[in-house]
Design a protein around this ligand. Structure first.
Ligand SMILES: Nc1ncnc2c1ncn2[C@@H]1O[C@H](COP(=O)(O)OP(=O)(O)OP(=O)(O)O)[C@@H](O)[C@H]1O
Length: 273
């Protein structure tokens, strides 16, 4: 008999469960499902305590509520469950390694749109799949480029209304409807473009960029919050940290002159599509 009565199969079992729990955590972290998971854990803890203390009526009621609750959760979180399955089934390695070129083009396009006071709304997918929001618009598959983004948001362009969704270095949809932020007061004074950015960032871990048509400002919405007005350099730092190179991020003063965002800006964008 091995020590502790564990054999290879038990160890494999534990490792697989640990892996699945960790993957489950990665899938829900940064989404509204986190609060639900917390609620379920509290519920389960009370139920276990009721069983241990032999509180028969309470454990009976919680047991019944739990059974009904599972079905209620499936109905309530149908879009999220679909998104999780979509993510699990998505083939890996297809252009998800976003490039520095996409970062520069995206930032440059934002600057040009802001300079011309052309309103824009761009969501960049991170861990939470944005397929359900992409499905509300027109499906595309094009490399991120300055001219392409400018053309999409140009005032009379057919897809200028709504948001664009970017996956890695590709634009996957335009003219998409994002969920509006619940009008809880904090952001009530903002228009619908900004509230759509906050709303999407509240429900997913996407980084959502907004250019204001009124003010010509660039801002980022993340985790249900709208950040301050950004300069081009600040926007590049945000994109680098949050999306394009989280592991390799170094603060600006740790880089050499050649690596600074402005130096990198010389990357040519014209003609890419
Ligand atoms: N739910 C939504 N999802 C995606 N885009 C939306 C949504 N609601 C509004 N928009 C976009 O926002 C535009 C309207 O912006 P509005 O002027 O109301 O917002 P704003 O936050 O004041 O922005 P701005 O400062 O650019 O005027 C619409 O034409 C549309 O393109």
């Amino acid at each position: 008999m091995p020590p502790l009565g564990l054999d290879v199969r038990d160890v494999l079992d534990i490792l697989l469960v640990t892996f699945l729990v960790y993957q489950g955590y990665l899938l829900v972290s940064g989404t509204r499902a986190v609060n639900v998971v917390r609620g379920i854990l509290v519920f389960a803890a009370v139920w276990v305590a009721a069983q241990l203390l032999n509180l028969t009526t309470l454990s009976y009621l919680l047991g019944r509520a739990g059974t009904v609750g599972i079905f209620a959760l499936i109905v309530l979180f149908q879009p999220e469950l679909r998104a999780v399955l979509e993510r699990v089934g998505r083939p890996r390695g297809r252009d998800t390694g976003a490039s520095g070129a996409a970062l520069q083009d995206l930032a440059r396009a934002m600057e040009r749109l802001a300079e011309r006071k052309t309103g824009a709304l761009i969501a960049i997918e991170r861990r939470t799949p944005l397929g359900e929001y992409a499905a509300t618009g027109v499906s595309l598959d094009a490399l991120v480029s300055v001219p392409f983004l400018e053309a999409l948001f140009a005032r009379n362009a057919p897809l200028h209304d709504g948001g664009v969704i970017i996956q890695g270095s590709r634009v996957i949809a335009a003219g998409c409807l994002f969920p509006l932020q619940s009008s809880d007061g904090t952001y009530r004074r903002y228009g619908t473009r900004h509230r759509a950015a906050i709303g999407l960032s509240e429900l997913t871990d996407a980084v959502v960029l907004v250019v204001s048509e009124e003010r010509g400002s660039m801002r980022v919405a993340l985790q249900g919050r709208l950040g301050p007005d950004l300069t081009g350099a600040e926007l590049r730092e945000h994109l680098r940290t949050l999306v394009y190179d989280p592991a390799g991020y170094r603060p600006p003063d740790a880089r050499t002159a050649d690596e600074t965002p402005d130096a990198a800006e010389s990357h040519s964008t014209e003609g890419r599509a």
